[in-house]
Design a binder for this molecule. Structure first.
Ligand code: FES
Length: 201
């Protein structure tokens, strides 16, 4: 009897996760400034709760390195006093942490119900087509990474794109893609309007 038809029961190591561990990347150490910031953050927690600082520590890594490499996870684990596996668990759970280098602009297109009903799939296809990449990939210029995300909390303004984990760009359609990409190329995120309630024209 098997529980799932796709599981390779009976083959060696079938019970082990096939998830690839993070790219170890180059050696990593916080800059003195980021280390100071993390040390300050750590003072907010009791000694036996230092792992509560994992999320802000990982944001500092991502700010500094652009993604979270395996070496960075080890570095964070050593500072906080937890295991590397604890850090990996957090990194792999939250989609806002990238485990490989990404483009200057990360476009996260929401694919959950409201956005799906309002054309998110066409939006993703349009971006992928313009950039010549599939979701999860970075374009050859290193300018854009395209990913799909779950609900971004702005369902009434679907479909929504989140740029660089920070800027919501809403009410977007496939026809808006050229302008969005050009804006980001020429003006960066400063060209985005952030949250807004009416469709931009
Ligand atoms: S479904 Fe896309 S923002 Fe909620």
């Amino acid at each position: 009897m098997t529980f799932h038809p796709a599981m390779p029961y009976g083959t060696p190591d079938w019970h082990k996760s096939a998830r690839k561990l993070a790219d170890e990347g180059p050696p990593f150490e916080f800059t003195p400034e980021n280390r100071r910031k993390l040390d300050e953050i750590l003072t907010r927690y009791p000694a036996d709760r230092r792992r509560s600082a994992l999320l802000p520590a990982l944001y500092l890594v991502q700010d500094q390195q652009g993604y979270v490499s395996g070496h960075a996870m080890t570095h964070v684990a050593e500072i906080i006093g937890c295991s590397r596996a604890d850090v990996e668990d957090v990194v792999s759970y939250y989609v806002m942490f990238f485990t490989k280098p990404v483009g200057r602009h990360v476009l996260g297109v929401c694919r959950t119900l409201s956005c799906a009903l309002n054309g998110a799939e066409r939006l993703t296809e349009a971006i992928a087509g313009k950039l010549g990449i599939a979701p999860g990939e970075t374009d050859p210029t290193g300018e854009f990474t395209l990913i799909e995300m779950e609900c971004l909390g702005a369902c009434d303004r679907a479909p929504v794109i989140m740029v660089n984990n920070e800027y919501w760009h809403e009410c977007q359609g496939a026809d808006d893609v050229d302008r969005l990409l050009e804006t980001l190329r020429t003006r960066g995120v400063a060209g985005l309007t952030g949250c807004h309630h009416v469709k931009e024209k």
